[in-house]
Design a protein around this ligand. Structure first.
Ligand code: FE2
Length: 280
């Protein structure tokens, strides 16, 4: 049984993204929110100085990030710290995201991520041999939720061919005010602008294919209700702005690749041989 109507399928391949209201029921959203809360409460941030930055410079040097592919790790908002390195707010109000193997390592996120409905959706968009490669729980904290600058997911999860998809589940209402997604309709047909590659010295660098700036004023906001799924083509340019509002904007994201495509050894995300990528 198909999940997408022919019109939705056409829309996805035309626009490079598709909003599906009510894909997940509210109770399932709350199960993930509660589980994320538990994971954060069990997490001891003492001694951890890794600050997840949405600006590439500090991410490049962040070994904690680069070895998180097959782990459950916690990354802070850039603006979470006082000048002396202490947290301004409570731990649970300071975390930018949890990544990147919740879907494999946590039973609750595993169950959510490997739901039959998601599997059928991926079949509809014709990704063969689908593998769940990456998951993130994104908090977009009130007041300090950082901006994610315009990018294509294939820059970070590069495959040949570039047949990957991102699934973005709104666990709370996402509005312009609290930092919803923005996307460039049809932008997936403009080609890949860059690749983020390991440089062989423990760091990363961008290989630039097209240095022209993003047409930021052509991106459209995707304001969606809790329970919505935004399906994103790997080449669609998208961003989210900072959350200056008093409301959080929790989301769960999942990335699916074609297990038969070429996955380069210099992509940042490398799974260990003991934990290879798995499908549904
Ligand atoms: Fe993205």
């Amino acid at each position: 049984m198909e999940i997408l109507s022919p019109e939705q399928l056409e829309q996805y391949f035309r626009d490079g993204f598709l909003v599906m209201e009510g894909f997940v029921d509210e109770a399932s959203c709350d199960v993930l929110r509660t589980r994320a809360e538990e994971l954060v409460s069990e997490f001891d941030p003492a001694g951890l100085v890794s600050i997840f930055s949405t600006h590439e410079q500090s991410r490049v040097t962040d070994d904690y990030f680069l070895t998180s592919a097959d782990k459950i790790r916690f990354f802070f908002e850039e603006d979470a710290f006082n000048p002396d390195g202490t947290l301004i707010h409570a731990k649970e109000r300071s975390i930018n995201k949890i990544g990147h193997a919740l879907h494999d390592l946590d039973p609750i996120f595993n169950r959510f991520s490997r739901d039959k409905k998601i599997q059928r959706l991926i079949e509809d968009i014709r990704i063969p041999d689908p593998r769940l490669i990456q998951s993130m729980y994104i908090f977009k904290q009130p007041s300090i939720g950082g901006e994610v600058t315009c990018h294509q997911d294939s820059t970070f999860l590069y495959t040949e061919p570039t047949d990957i998809a991102g699934l973005w589940f709104a666990l709370e209402d996402a509005t312009i005010e609290n930092g919803c997604l923005w996307a460039l309709p049809g932008g997936h047909r403009r080609g890949l602008k860059s690749r983020w590659r390991r440089n062989g010295r423990g760091g990363m660098h961008f290989e630039i294919f097209d240095a022209s700036p993003w047409p930021e004023n052509e991106l459209v906001p995707l304001e969606v209700a809790k329970g919505s799924l935004v399906l994103l083509h790997g080449l669609i340019p998208h961003r989210s702005l900072a959350n200056k509002s008093p409301r959080s904007r929790h989301a769960y994201t999942l990335h699916v690749i074609n297990g038969s495509s070429h996955y380069p050894e210099d992509n940042w995300l490398q799974l260990s041989t003991s934990m290879p990528s798995r499908g549904f």
